[in-house]
Design a binder for this molecule. Structure first.
Ligand SMILES: Cc1cc2nc3c(=O)[nH]c(=O)nc-3n(C[C@H](O)[C@H](O)[C@H](O)COP(=O)(O)OP(=O)(O)OC[C@H]3O[C@@H](n4cnc5c(N)ncnc54)[C@H](O)[C@@H]3O)c2cc1C
Length: 284
C-alpha cells in the first residue's frame, strides 16, 4: 500500500511532486517523462513569473531537469480507472493495480471533445482500457480510435484477440501491423448502436463493430474516478483542492479556468500540502 499517487506529469503534477518530495512523503507518479504536450507546444511563454520569454520546449527541459535532479520517478503509464473501496484507492493501469490511501489528480483537460455516442455507450461497448476489456471481444470485430502512439502495444494486444480490428489512428506514423488490422483514415465521427455498440463512423463510412476502444493519453477525471463531483465540466474542488471524495485532491486545468501554468503550479502545491495534512491526520 502506497500513501499517495499523483496522476499526471504536467506543471500541476510536477509542482505537487516537488512539494511531496520536499515534505519527504513517498508517492507513486503516473504520466509521461516529458512534461505535457501543452508545455512543449507553447511557442513563447510570457506570463510565468521569473522566466521572462521562454519557449515551451525550454520550459519543458527545465521542468524535466528539476524532476531528474530531485531523483523522482515517473511511471510511463496511463491510469485507466481509480476506484475508492473503503479507505483505499485502487488505481488501475491496464493490467497493473496499485493501492493508495490518497490520490492527487493533475490530469489537465482533454482538448478533444468526446465523439457522439462515446459517453452514451461507455460500458456498453465503448471502453478506454484494452487490457481490462479486451477479452470480451475475443473472436469479434472491434473499432479502435487511438490518439496516442504510445498505446500501439495495446492495439497489438487487441488484434491478438479480435477477429478484425478497424483502426482509426489520430497520430502518425502507424507502426502497428497485422493481417486483421485495417487502418481507416479520417476523422472519427460517432459510435452508434442500440442496446450496445453496433458501428463506428469514420469520415462518412460506417464500420460494423461489436465494440470500440478509445485509447488516449488522458481520460476525463469524472470518467476516471467514479463518484467524483464535477462543476461545469471540471473537477469540483474546495479552496484547499480537496474534492468530494475523502483523500482525493485535484489541481491544474482539470479544476477549471484559467488554463495557465501559474495556476496549475500553485494548485499543485496547495493540493500536495492538503494531501500531506490528510495523510498526517490518518496517522501516516
Ligand atoms: C499551445 C499552448 C500554449 C500555451 N501557452 C501558455 C502560456 O503561454 N502561458 C500559460 O500560463 N499557459 C499556457 N498554456 C496553458 C498551459 O499549458 C496549461 O494551463 C498547463 O499545461 C496546465 O497544466 P496541468 O498540469 O494542469 O495539465 P497538463 O499540462 O495538460 O498536464 C496533464 C498531464 O496529465 C496526463 N494525464 C492525463 N490523464 C492521465 C492518466 N489517466 N494517466 C496518466 N497521465 C495522465 C496528460 O497526458 C498530461 O501530460 C498553453 C497551452 C497550450 C495548448
Amino acid at each position: 500500500m502506497y500513501d499517495i499517487a499523483i496522476i499526471g506529469a504536467g506543471p500541476a503534477g510536477i509542482s505537487a511532486a516537488l512539494t511531496l518530495w520536499a515534505k519527504n512523503i513517498p508517492f507513486l507518479w503516473f504520466g509521461s517523462q516529458s512534461p505535457s504536450q501543452k508545455v512543449q507546444k507553447a511557442e513563447l511563454i510570457r506570463n510565468y513569473p521569473g522566466l521572462s520569454l521562454i519557449s515551451g520546449a525550454d520550459f519543458a527541459r527545465r521542468l524535466r531537469q528539476q524532476v531528474a535532479e530531485a531523483g523522482l520517478e515517473i511511471r510511463e503509464q496511463t491510469v485507466t480507472n481509480v476506484f475508492r473501496m473503503g479507505e483505499t484507492y485502487h488505481i488501475l493501469c491496464n493490467q497493473e493495480e496499485f493501492q493508495t490511501r490518497a490520490v492527487l489528480l493533475a490530469t489537465g483537460v482533454e482538448s478533444v471533445r468526446p465523439i457522439p455516442g462515446e459517453l452514451e455507450f461507455l460500458g456498453r461497448g465503448v471502453s478506454y482500457c484494452a487490457t481490462c476489456d479486451g477479452l470480451i471481444y475475443r473472436g469479434k470485430t472491434i473499432g479502435v480510435i487511438c490518439t496516442d502512439k504510445g498505446q500501439e502495444h495495446e492495439i497489438a494486444y487487441l488484434a491478438s484477440l479480435a477477429k478484425e480490428v478497424y483502426l482509426c489512428p489520430r497520430y502518425a506514423p502507424v507502426e502497428v501491423h497485422g493481417d486483421n488490422i485495417h487502418v481507416v483514415e479520417g476523422r472519427p465521427q460517432a459510435v452508434t448502436g442500440g442496446e450496445a455498440v453496433q458501428a463506428m463512423q469514420v469520415a462518412g463510412q460506417s464500420y460494423p463493430v461489436d465494440g470500440v476502444f478509445l485509447l488516449k493519453s488522458a481520460i476525463s477525471p469524472s470518467i476516471l474516478v467514479p463518484g467524483l463531483a464535477a462543476a461545469e465540466g471540471h473537477v469540483a474542488v474546495e479552496r484547499d483542492m480537496s474534492t468530494n471524495l475523502p483523500g482525493c485532491f485535484a489541481a491544474g486545468d482539470c479544476t477549471g479556468r484559467p488554463y495557465q501554468y501559474a495556476k496549475a503550479v500553485g494548485e499543485g502545491n496547495v493540493a500536495a500540502h492538503t494531501a500531506a495534512s490528510f495523510l498526517r491526520a490518518a496517522g501516516k
